[in-house]
Design a protein around this ligand. Structure first.
Ligand code: NAD
Length: 246
């Protein structure tokens, strides 16, 4: 893959799947800008990447606030005069039963997992339309296909991600903007480390490919979908889950 000088924005780029995706695009010559939630985590990931020989920029707009996101994206466009790829990867999960989930918990997860995606997409679309070219990739989840036994806000938000992906693929196709999502299975990141072993181990044992997914597995799917090899692919939710069925 060669993304020479293409400008790639990756949200939730400070750790886990997002950080590995940042590495993958930098290694394929892209100009990567990562978004994180806090100044400290953005600064420390930029530092880690710098020690690895990978140079990136970072910002920490409140993704749930359109004005803040729009300001940062306008700044990025002002500097490079193009924005080629947007990867919406920031997300939070939930696992409590419905009685222990407040309305505020529910709207919070919808805000971070769905509204944030709407905001970044709304901000880049005018530039991508002007370029008559763009790629938007979203992180969904296998729970967007199978649901989840507890923590309903999480699968609900990921079903919404799929709806947003498929609908915007139709809306933006006339402008040569492709919109796809990757639906990861169980991937070895902090999000999964937070789950109790008695919950996660039986799930891993059931994965047909016989192993937990690595962040690199998802980064590779993003590389493919962002590349010209996927130039006729839009509106797709690509499962990358070792054939997990939840
Ligand atoms: P992670 O917890 O390691 O990373 C989450 C990222 O999202 C971090 O970079 C964090 O800064 C960012 N983020 C969280 N809240 C934010 C906020 N309020 N504002 C801005 N950024 C925020 O998790 P991960 O496993 O790397 O998850 C990345 C994506 O993959 C998420 O969308 C998640 O739903 C999805 N996913 C993960 C798995 C898995 O098994 N790990 C499976 C399916 C889908």
């Amino acid at each position: 893959m060669n993304f020479d000088k293409q400008v790639v924005i990756i949200t939730g780029g400070t750790r886990g799947i997002g950080l590995e995706t940042v590495r993958a695009f930098v290694d394929n010559k892209a100009l990567v800008i990562l978004f994180g939630s806090k100044e400290e985590t953005v600064a420390s990931s930029i530092e880690t990447l710098k020690r690895e020989g990978r140079i990136v920029k970072g910002y920490y707009p409140d993704l749930t606030n359109f004005e803040e996101v729009n300001k940062v994206i306008n700044e990025i466009y002002g500097e490079y005069q193009h924005i080629d790829i947007l990867i919406n990867n920031a997300g939070i999960s939930a696992n409590l039963p419905i009685e222990q989930t407040s309305s505020k918990d529910f709207s919070n997860i919808m805000d971070i997992n769905v509204l944030a995606m709407f905001n970044t997409i709304k901000a880049v679309v005018p530039f991508m339309k002007k370029q008559n070219k763009g790629v938007i990739l979203n992180t969904s989840s296998m729970v967007s296909i199978y649901g989840q036994k507890s923590g309903v806000g999480y699968p609900a938000s990921k079903f919404a991600v799929n709806g947003l992906t498929k609908s915007l693929a139709l809306e933006l196709a006339p402008y040569n903007i492709r919109v796809n999502a990757v639906a990861p299975g169980i991937i070895k990141t902090d999000m999964v480390a937070k789950l109790p072993k008695e919950v996660i181990n039986p799930l891993i044992e059931k994965i047909p490919l016989g192993r937990i997914g690595e962040p690199r597995d998802i980064a590779n799917a993003f590389l493919f979908l962002a590349s010209d090899m996927a130039s006729y692919i839009t509106g797709v939710i690509l499962s990358v889950d070792g054939a997990s069925k939840n």
